[in-house]
Ligand binder design. Structure first.
Ligand SMILES: O=C(O)CCC(=O)C(=O)O
Length: 296
């Protein structure tokens, strides 16, 4: 069977498959070693160092955004690796989101057991480090959470906690959505005045983008994704729907009374400076971090 995005999507629509069924669907002899190809290509290509500060999102505490961090071919190959080579089962949350963990078990003070990352994730982790995008004195990231969201899925407001180096990279694949930051848990609930949560910052995470957050956004604030099938966005800093990194994305919003060529099909609302973007497809995210070994 030819391996393409359509196949990946049909695999995704099914519940987590027992290993035997996945093998039946994709005879190993017919599957090129995408993992090896991907790693060789990614690692052999000169990874130019990037100046992290030039990707800082203005007005945040502190976040960085790099659109098109991966190109489409790299994204496709990574999706092939994730869906066809990794036969671990997804852990399905009651809320709908599904999850896999790589790198080992994390306890309250650090890694309790260390496991190697699959080679395609190792290539991503090393790439971040070599490009100067993961300034960690201990070395390259060693831990990845893979989240799978269907339209309507989200992740509750939370902090990542003290076990990790306080610097997180999130790589988004296949589809985009809004990630919110709130100062307190109280702020994440609809306000009694207008029913809108009090957002500290909002970021549109496009497919293939790299989002990084650290400092107060990591240490003090809560982050999460609303369970929704669409996201409301605005380029007006006075609007509660303001998206801090909008000008750094590939999106442009229509002017008042105008239609946007770019958002046709994706944006329902065509008011100046505001739009609603549907979550029309599944999204995968890699939460990439460094966890020191537990001292216990
Ligand atoms: O999917 C995302 O972008 C966020 C994931 C997240 O917050 C986490 O893994 O802790």
């Amino acid at each position: 069977m030819a391996v393409n995005l359509k196949n990946i999507k049909s695999l995704l629509k099914q519940k987590a498959q027992p290993k035997e069924e996945v093998k039946q669907d994709l005879p190993q002899s017919a599957v090129p070693d995408y993992s090896k190809l991907f790693c060789e290509k990614l690692l052999s290509e000169k990874q130019p160092r990037l100046d992290l500060e030039s990707y800082k999102v203005p007005g945040t505490d502190t976040a960085y955004y790099i659109k098109d961090y991966l190109n489409k071919e790299q994204e496709q190959t990574l999706l092939h690796c994730i869906f066809n080579l990794d036969q671990e089962r997804w852990f399905e949350m009651k809320s709908g989101r599904a999850l896999k963990r790589y790198g080992g078990e994390v306890g309250p003070t650090g890694l309790q057991s260390q496991e190697p990352l699959p080679p395609y994730f190792e290539a991503i982790a090393r790439g971040l480090y070599e490009r100067g995008l993961f300034p960690c004195e201990h070395g390259a990231p060693n831990h990845i959470l893979l989240n799978k969201y269907k339209p309507g899925d989200g992740i509750m407001p939370h902090k990542d906690g003290p076990a990790y180096h306080p610097f997180v990279c999130i790589l988004s694949l296949n589809s985009g959505l809004i990630l919110n930051i709130w100062e307190t848990l109280e702020d994440s609930r609809p306000s009694t005045e207008d029913g809108i949560p009090k957002y500290k910052a909002r970021f549109y995470l496009e497919p293939r983008s790299l989002f990084i957050f650290t400092e107060k956004h990591y240490l003090d604030h809560f982050h999460g994704i609303e369970e929704a099938v669409e996201d409301r966005i605005s380029n007006d800093p006075a609007s509660p729907w303001y998206v801090h990194n909008l000008t750094m994305t590939n999106l442009t919003l229509p002017n008042k009374g105008e239609e946007s060529e770019q958002l046709v099909g994706a944006a329902k609302q065509k008011q100046g400076g505001e739009a609603i973007i549907e979550r029309s497809d599944f999204r995968l995210s890699l939460t990439i971090r460094y966890v020191p070994l537990s001292k216990e």
